[in-house]
Design a protein around this ligand. Structure first.
Ligand SMILES: Nc1nc2c(ncn2[C@@H]2O[C@H](COP(=O)(O)OP(=O)(O)O)[C@@H](O)[C@H]2O)c(=O)[nH]1
Ligand SMILES: [Mg+2]
Length: 364
């Protein structure tokens, strides 16, 4: 049985994969290991490449997920698929050096730690591979907040490279959020104080081929994580973001309306229609960018299709909103209550529809 499973989440990493496996092979000589590629149906055929590698190397296997997306959930599935007692989670793009795995594994083996994190910011590490100074600053701020939240003294709690006992993650799996990419942070905050953690410094490299999928708006991701942790069970994080974006949409609507009416056109319905369309488009763009950043529609056809679907979903939502509000107003005679009920039903409807059809299964 393999002693360690290297979990490699991938999204369009075809060219990086073969050299990555070769590097792991070299780094883990003398250790019984396996590599599990968890690919989200990458258009570039990463899963085919992984299967090709698996044909000649029995240490390699692939989980090919269709219709699902997300780094954190990919990692969780990889972890649940192995019988190895220890896992290493790392990027497949060569930003993480697999040569660190043996020393990380050793710390676990001798009982020095339950979790070993490769840190860009530890003494001797470097974050030169971070694409901009802004990102580096963002990382540092998020890290400081993360330390406050988890109560763990780590220099790099947002690292994507760590080694941990498989069972520990599996035990937490039902409570891990699976949203975004902050899985290490999730593990740390859920097992608050119960994990002994150690760090090894890493030189964070440049990605070899392809492009980054995550702009890692780390500070934002962090706030989302905080929300998820404390309120996520009451009102789901995504819905909260969706609703906030909707609120911003109302402002856009009013701004556009006041620009057009009565200055540019005296026909109210025209101005209202244009304002509605502007607000819907703005909401689509912002939701695609923030709320569904892990499932972002990137290619032009996917983007345009999503936009059209979103507008269609919102139109139906608007009908439901106005219909219900009028009904309540007629029955109860309380306009504010009626308006609020309409808005709540309309936004839940919009959320449900676009969650399913715009950013859901088969949306790429
Ligand atoms: N399965 C899966 N892998 C992902 C997803 N997003 C990113 N990845 C992989 O996660 C790793 C880190 O992502 P990357 O784009 O390199 O982020 P960066 O290092 O912050 O630029 C890479 O191996 C990506 O291919 C996803 O939605 N699903
Ligand atoms: Mg990367």
């Amino acid at each position: 049985m393999p002693e360690i499973a290297v979990i490699l989440p991938t999204l369009n990493e075809r060219e990086n994969l073969a050299p990555m496996i070769a590097r792991i092979e070299a780094a883990l000589a003398g250790i019984d290991w396996e590599a599990i590629v968890v690919d989200d149906d990458s258009p570039d055929g990463t899963a085919d490449e992984a299967r090709m590698l698996a044909r000649t190397n029995r240490r390699v296997s692939v989980i090919h997920r269709v219709g699902r997306r997300g780094l954190a959930s990919a990692v969780i599935e990889g972890v649940c698929a192995t019988a190895a007692p220890v896992i290493a989670v790392m990027d497949a793009d060569h930003q993480h050096d697999p040569a660190l795995i043996p020393q990380m594994l050793e710390k676990l083996r001798v009982g020095e730690a339950d979790l070993v994190v490769a840190s860009r910011f530890a003494e001797g590490g470097s974050a030169q591979g971070l694409s901009s100074a802004n990102r580096e600053r963002g990382s540092r701020i998020a890290n400081r907040l993360a330390r406050m939240l988890t109560g763990v003294e780590l220099t790099d709690p947002m690292s994507g490279y760590f080694v941990i006992g498989t069972e520990r993650v599996r035990a937490l799996a039902p409570r891990l959020s699976g949203i975004g990419f902050k899985i290490l942070l999730d593990i740390l905050s859920l097992s608050r104080g119960q994990l002994r953690v150690a760090e090894v410094p890493m030189q964070f490299g440049q990605r070899l081929a392809g492009e980054s999928k995550l702009d890692r708006a780390v500070a934002f991701e962090f706030l989302a994580g905080l929300y998820e942790r404390y309120f996520g069970r009451i009102i789901p994080t995504r819905f909260a973001m969706f609703a906030t974006v909707g609120g911003a949409g109302v402002l856009v609507h009013l701004a556009v309306l006041s620009m057009l009416y009565p200055g540019m056109t005296a026909t109210f319905w025209k101005a209202q229609a244009i304002a509605t369309f502007s607000a819907m488009s703005f909401n689509f763009w912002l939701n695609n960018w923030l709320t569904y950043r892990d499932k972002r529609l990137r290619t032009l056809p996917a983007f345009v299709r999503g936009w059209a679907l979103f507008c269609a979903a919102c139109s139906v939502g608007a009908l439901a909103n106005v219909g219900l509000a009028s009904l309540i107003e007629a029955l109860v005679g309380h306009w504010l209550l009626a308006a609020i009920a309409g808005i709540v039903v309309g936004s839940v409807w919009n959320y449900a529809l676009s969650n399913r059809f715009v950013w859901g299964r088969g949306s790429r």
